[in-house]
Design a protein around this ligand. Structure first.
Ligand code: FES
Length: 160
């Protein structure tokens, strides 16, 4: 077949010309590269170009023993402690601010970063077993986030 402009177009008998596709066999496929690209594309579509974070949180008891765990962002630290098997953190009320069995303390630098407890949490902190400190918090009211990477929570000896 010959087009008007003089260029020739080859058409095999009984077939329509194929559309030129950018994918298929001409492009080498690297599975990990393809996966990474699709993940980035999805994250861009969601308006989120940052990777999901799992900050490392450490619980330290009075004897200096530590348990650390990577905690998914958005998880409350009482739940994370129970999942990690931290002794002394019970979370009897499931995070409903009704038991104070998730009492922890921090050092002053972390306390400043975490901010003060809310009014209900503040009332519950008056009912903790053992001694309330100026940096006491109820861990069910602290949500893991990227900013908490490296946080060390001290489990008071009275609740162990
Ligand atoms: S789990 Fe009950 S107050 Fe935190």
């Amino acid at each position: 077949m010959r087009a008007r402009s003089g260029t020739s177009i080859a058409i095999s008998a009984g077939r329509f010309p194929r559309k030129k596709r950018p994918c298929a066999r001409s492009v080498p496929i690297d599975a990990s590269h393809a996966f990474a690209n699709s993940t980035r594309a999805r994250m861009r579509a969601w308006g989120n170009t940052r990777r999901p974070t799992v900050p490392l949180i450490t619980w330290r008891d009075a004897d200096g023993r530590e348990i650390s765990a990577n905690v998914a962002s958005g998880t409350n630290l009482m739940r994370a402690a129970c999942d990690a098997g931290v002794p002394g953190i019970h979370g009897d009320c499931g995070g409903a601010l009704a038991c104070a069995t998730c009492h922890v303390a921090t050092d002053p630098v972390w306390a400043e970063r975490l901010g003060p407890p809310g009014p209900l949490e503040d009332e519950m902190l008056d009912m903790v077993d053992g001694e309330r400190t100026p940096t006491s918090r109820l861990s069910c009211q602290i949500l893991a986030s990227e900013e908490l990477e490296g946080l060390i929570l001290i489990v008071p000896p009275a609740v162990l």
